[in-house]
Design a protein around this ligand. Structure first.
Ligand code: SF4
Ligand code: MG
Length: 331
């Protein structure tokens, strides 16, 4: 398996004031194989978006800073690149799709101008060739009247159409990796399904790898091969998507699954996880999920549990597991 992305020991922090530092991403390791979709799932405030922005090196600095770790994209350590080299990488080798395309599209430029911009900038295409390729891209993402869309402005499009345009822009230079941060969260349910289908379809056609950032396990189930569950700046569980849904291990993952709406269940019976993600400048001692965990015991708060292999390609950060694949204290 060839790795397209390899993140090791990544720590991204935000200085709040002289005393306080928010440890938004606090030492995470993960990788994405070529052609694979990895989902990072967790509640808001868990550090998912900061992970995405760290890879893109779009962390506002100050107050933010990547303080440790490495991020290799196809063998190149992005943290070793100059700003100029990173500018040449963004949009070309790695592209990002954001939650709200209205804020990431510029209202004063036409869709055509914006979608063709990476082609002109990175592939140095002339106006005419860029237009031709952009219209092809717009057709590819499902605009039958692509020539018209090319000349329209973002506000003339619906939310779903704008997200299609963003996907076209992300795909334009055939990046090695596409990072999608809650790409469907702002959209209606039916449009959500269409956009996810489009992303899957595009992935098949282009063979690109995807990092899908989401709070929604439904999105994970539909799009990803593997999943990393993130909580309070750390990864608490990783496995294949199939295994995660059948054999979730970490109590947080179990809680997320129990709070997921199911078709045959009315939503009033959903169990949400009590409490909230702790603030990143004030994590609790030991296991960061302990204040919300119904299995918490004294030893949970002594030290942060290690992320250990427990079963094939399945890792978990919880004292209930000892690596035997069975679970120890779960009696
Ligand atoms: Fe719960 Fe303890 Fe496991 Fe943390 S380590 S998830 S508190 S059982
Ligand atoms: Mg977010």
């Amino acid at each position: 398996n060839e790795r397209i992305l390899d993140v090791k020991g990544l720590k991204t922090q935000f200085r709040i004031d002289k005393q306080k530092v928010a440890k938004a991403v606090d030492g995470i390791d993960f990788h994405i194989n070529k052609g694979e979709t990895l989902a990072i799932v967790g509640e808001s405030g868990s550090g998912k978006s900061i992970t995405a922005l760290s890879i893109m090196q779009l962390i506002p600095s100050p107050p933010g800073k990547i303080v440790e770790g490495s991020i290799e994209l196809d063998g190149v350590d992005l943290l070793g690149l100059s700003e100029k080299q990173m500018t040449a990488t963004r949009g070309n080798d790695v592209a990002m799709i954001f939650q709200e395309p209205m804020t990431s599209l510029n209202p004063v430029f036409t869709i055509g101008t914006q979608v063709s911009e990476p082609l002109r900038k990175h592939k140095k295409l002339g106006k005419k060739e860029a237009k031709k390729q952009t219209i092809e891209l717009l057709k590819l993402v499902g605009f039958p009247r692509a020539e018209d869309i090319f000349h329209e402005y973002p506000h003339q499009l619906s939310g779903g159409m704008r997200q299609r345009a963003m996907i076209a822009m992300a795909l334009s230079c055939a990046p090695k990796l596409i990072i999608a941060d809650e790409p469907t969260t702002a959209l209606d349910v039916t449009i959500q399904a269409q956009i996810l289908d489009l992303m899957l379809d595009m992935k098949k056609k282009t063979g690109s790898s995807i990092l899908m950032i989401t709070h929604d396990l439904g999105v994970v189930a539909e799009t990803a091969d593997r999943v990393a569950v993130m909580y309070a700046g750390q990864i608490v569980e990783t496995s294949t998507v199939k295994e995660l849904f059948v054999k979730p291990k970490h109590p947080y993952t179990v809680g997320l699954l129990n709070s997921m709406p199911k078709i045959d269940q009315d939503s009033e019976r959903l169990e949400s996880i009590p409490g909230m993600v702790p603030p990143a400048h004030n994590f609790p001692q030991g296991c960061r999920f302990a204040p919300r965990c119904k299995h918490a015991m004294d030893k949970c708060t002594e030290a942060v549990p290690d992320l250990i292999e427990d079963g094939l390609n399945h890792k978990v950060r919880c004292v209930l597991y000892d690596g035997s694949g069975k679970g120890v204290t779960h009696v």
